[in-house]
Ligand binder design. Structure first.
Ligand code: C5P
Length: 252
């Protein structure tokens, strides 16, 4: 990983604060069309299930050739042995970040790390591994009714964050709104990667626990994940610049 947008170390300081663009596109052609506008800028991008299931590992090869950093967002959640071996396979792609669902439990998260370490080519750094707490599209009401969890959403997120830390992972995916309490509980070195980012004048789509890039900065988020606020904009490059400016708090 290069040091300009390094999220695997130094979380919580203001030096390395990636803006991760969610490449939620149906295929390589659309990705190429989108990235074309960025004129060779080295980005931190997220490849999720839509793109990875369609294109397979070749999409990662392409993005690495373009020198972009990659968060491979496949949110593994299965029995420990399956996740361990799945992560071992994913480690061979040498991406920068991968993730699991914290709901899978401590044994599963520990197994994920074991697999990642086993699969990382010798001499290379293993990808950062983070855990989803509660999806940013989940409301407290829905969590309580559908998952039958009788706690406050913030308590659940905090509990999963502490469990994730105990399991040895590098951080969590959560809402920007939950970052201050997570920092307080598990410390500054723990990564908080936050989707559900919208500019003030944009709709929320299917997300619930949303925040602006500025709020993310003020709350001490380690990295923001931004999809439709940029990819769905009429002028994606303009939107990217605006998000980046708010996120970094400087003129670009
Ligand atoms: O378009 P939007 O910015 O809402 O996209 C958010 C991205 O972050 C999507 O790719 C989604 O899968 C991902 N994500 C999320 N909430 C999580 C984890 C990942 O929205 N808790």
């Amino acid at each position: 990983m290069n040091t300009s947008q390094n999220v695997s170390e130094g979380a919580g300081n203001n030096v390395n604060k990636p803006l991760i663009i969610a490449l939620d596109f149906p295929g390589l052609q659309e990705v190429k069309g989108f990235l074309n506008e960025f004129d060779g800028e080295k980005l931190f991008v997220k490849v999720g299930m839509e793109l990875f299931y369609k294109e397979g590992p070749q999409i990662l090869t392409y993005l690495k050739e373009q020198q972009h950093q990659i968060f491979l967002d496949l949110k593994l959640h299965d029995i420990p042995n399956t996740v361990k071996n799945g992560m071992k396979s994913l480690a061979s792609y040498e991406v920068d970040m991968v993730n699991v669902h914290a709901l899978g439990g401590k044994a599963m998260m520990e197994a994920a790390l074991e697999g990642l370490e086993a699969g990382t080519p010798s001499g290379q750094q293993r990808p950062a591994c983070i855990a989803v707490t509660q999806l940013t599209s989940t409301s407290e009401e829905r969590m309580q009714q559908e998952q039958l969890i009788g706690h406050k959403l913030q308590e659940v997120v905090l509990h999963y964050a502490a469990l994730t830390k105990k399991s040895g992972l590098d951080g969590v995916v959560c809402s920007t709104l939950e970052v201050p309490m997570i920092r307080q509980k598990v410390g500054d070195k723990f990564l908080t990667v936050t989707p559900g980012i919208r500019l003030a004048n944009q709709g929320v789509d299917d997300q619930v626990r949303v925040a602006t890039p500025e709020t993310a900065r003020m709350n001490g988020t380690s990295a923001i994940v931004v999809g439709r606020a940029i990819t769905g904009a009429k002028q994606p490059l303009q939107a990217y610049k605006q998000v980046k400016q708010e996120w970094e708090g400087v003129q670009v």
